[in-house]
Design a protein around this ligand. Structure first.
Ligand SMILES: O=C(CO)COP(=O)(O)O
Length: 249
């Protein structure tokens, strides 16, 4: 399988219609990117964003979905609805959802199944807290989250994995390149264990947590890093664009 690198932006709960000018700027600048680009705006902007990016290669994604396709779930949005609005992917199991909405890995796996059924790429997030990092529990935590959050039928085509250490999100702190490389290599080996030798090489493994134009190149040069999931620095085209350029070079 041809594996393209992926620069993904997670706008989180930021942005109203005027913010779409930032997406428009990316569309104008990155006409024939050599990497995949994904922007995940708030759900309210997905349909408009999909319209703006329609003639470009930039994909639009969502930040969560419900595990069911439809039903009595007030306020929730299903994977088929996101696909209908123009999304091609959905972030699942972000630490902010695991923490703020008590999402378990089991629930994340059910949501990933729903995403796959709707032909959405599931972008599944994993990551340890600072206490777990300092307690040398990082690989155990990642192993548990990985095993629990991926349903059977997961492949490198329908799923992307993002390693996002919680203590690095929005803090300006990043792990050492050795730490990033260690976790990514570990994830890759666990994917082979679960899905069969050789399966892991098809997966895009993203790093997320305080990725900026200044540190992107060195992070992308780290082995087993196939791109980034970017929060704050994805909100402005002037910040995200150089990150895309670093991934392309
Ligand atoms: O949580 C993140 C992306 O999902 C990372 O956020 P920051 O890039 O703002 O640290």
């Amino acid at each position: 399988m041809m594996k393209r690198k992926l620069a993904a932006g997670n706008w989180k709960m930021n942005g109203t219609t005027p913010s779409l000018a930032e997406l428009q700027a990316l569309v104008s600048v990155h006409k024939t990117p050599s990497v995949d680009i994904l922007i995940c705006p708030p759900a309210t902007l997905i349909a408009q964003a999909a319209g703006i990016s329609a003639d470009s290669t930039i994909m639009i994604g969502a930040q969560d979905c419900h595990a069911a396709a439809s039903g009595a779930h007030t306020g929730d949005i299903s994977a088929p609805m996101l696909a209908d609005a123009g999304a091609g992917a959905v972030i699942l199991g972000h630490s902010e959802r695991r923490e703020n909405h008590n999402e378990t890995s089991d629930l994340v796996a059910k949501k990933a199944l729903a995403a796959h059924a709707a032909s959405l790429i599931a972008l599944v997030c994993l990551g340890e807290t600072l206490a777990q990092r300092e307690g040398a529990q990082t690989l155990d935590v990642i192993a548990d989250q990985l095993a629990g959050s991926l349903p059977d039928g997961t492949t490198g085509a329908n799923t992307v994995i993002a390693y996002e250490p919680i203590w690095a999100i929005g803090t300006g702190l990043t792990p050492s390149l050795e730490q990033i490389g260690e976790v990514h290599a570990f994830i890759r080996s666990r994917l082979d264990d679960r899905f069969g030798a050789g399966a892991a090489q098809d997966f895009r493994l993203l790093y997320g947590g305080s990725v900026k134009p200044e540190n992107a190149a060195e992070i992308f040069a780290t082995s087993n890093v196939d791109g980034a999931l970017v929060g704050g620095a994805s909100l402005k085209a002037d910040d995200f664009s150089p990150i895309i350029n670093a991934l392309e070079s």
